[in-house]
Design a protein around this ligand. Structure first.
Ligand code: HEM
Length: 300
């Protein structure tokens, strides 16, 4: 138990934090010009350690501040996302890291043209490493459909939810220095859309072996006219992304989301809200209830 949990912030206080997140999204010198995609990944990796059987992991605790979780190779690169948010934490010390990381992702999704995601506060920050879950709970992009089910069923998601969540790969890119994979999934990686599903279906994805031995899938649009010396732009998919096409139960949802953007936005907003709440128990009023794996919530 945290001895003196903070009192719940007012809507006006939360609005100030959201405004501060909006103000930092535009980062002309970073990646594709936005901090948005990596903020989404930060929230996802903070929550994606959840195990429903043991009720451990999840977005409570902000364990990535500690080497045990922050130094997990699966979290490589996310130090940039945490650094983007640090000035906001300094300016609004009453918000916990765990709340800030999750809230920032919802702001980023909305600002990038995505759906509104319901968010509730009350997460606390672990004060030591004892409750940090073991490494190895996040998905390995080099694997396939069985692995996705193993990882996401552990969190309590079903096939439809796995595909909807994967639609976040409309955003951002892979960096060889982080994951070993390289490139972006769509042409406009700072705009939330259902383009990822459309491209999965229409393009002819070819396996490409990278210098580091990893395999990803690539597509080059040969119709695009290039200027002299211009390299053709290559889009990419991870082996796990391609497994959504080869598995019939996943593919049904790829097809539906490719043809119906509103359906995808609706399902994504629900499933992302569910992701952020994994492992967090609330009473009827929405206040976080403690159990042996959580510490805290706001003082009522
Ligand atoms: C980036 C794997 C699911 C959001 C990445 C990267 C990998 C990856 C390898 C590249 C990281 C880098 O090199 O910087 C996977 C696998 C998943 C998965 C195997 C299993 C389905 C998700 C989910 C979300 C998500 C559920 C959010 C709902 C993102 C975002 C990026 C990203 C936004 C771009 C980050 C950036 O631009 O820096 N993912 N991911 N991913 N992932 Fe996933």
């Amino acid at each position: 138990m945290v001895p003196n949990p903070p009192s719940a912030p007012s809507d006006a206080q939360l609005d100030q934090v959201k405004e501060a997140v909006r103000a930092l999204l535009h980062q002309p010198d970073y990646d594709d010009g936005s901090a948005g995609p990596i903020l989404v990944r930060l929230a996802w990796h903070s929550a994606g350690t959840y195990c429903a059987t043991t009720n451990t992991g999840g977005s409570n605790g902000a364990g990535m501040r500690y080497e045990q979780e922050g130094g997990d190779p699966a979290n490589a690169g996310l130090q940039h996302a945490r650094a983007f948010l640090e000035p906001i934490k300094k300016r609004f010390p009453w918000i916990t890291y765990a709340d800030l990381w999750t809230l920032a992702a919802t702001v980023a999704i909305k600002e990038m043209g995505g759906p509104e995601v319901t968010w509730s506060g009350g997460r606390t920050d672990f004060t030591d490493e004892s409750k940090i879950p073991p490494r190895g709970r996040l998905p390995d992009a080099a694997q396939g459909a069985d692995h996705l089910r193993f990882i996401f069923y552990r969190m309590g998601f079903n096939d439809q939810e796995i595909v909807a969540l994967s639609g976040a790969h409309n955003l951002g890119r892979c960096h060889s220095e982080n994951s070993g994979f390289e490139g972006k999934w769509v042409n406009q990686p700072t705009r939330f859309s259902n383009q990822y599903f459309k491209l999965l279906l229409v393009n002819d994805w070819k396996k490409k072996k990278l210098d580091n031995g990893l395999e990803q899938f690539v597509y080059v649009d040969e119709e695009v006219e290039l200027e002299d010396n211009e390299e053709p732009e290559e889009l990419m998919m991870l082996p796990t992304d391609i497994s959504l096409l080869s598995d019939p139960k996943f593919k049904i949802w790829v097809e539906r989301y490719a043809e119906d953007k509103d359906l995808f936005f609706d399902h994504f907003s629900r499933v992302f809200a569910k992701l952020l709440e994994l492992g967090i128990r609330r009473d009827a009023s929405g206040k976080v209830v403690n159990d042996e794996n959580t510490e805290g919530g706001y003082r009522s």
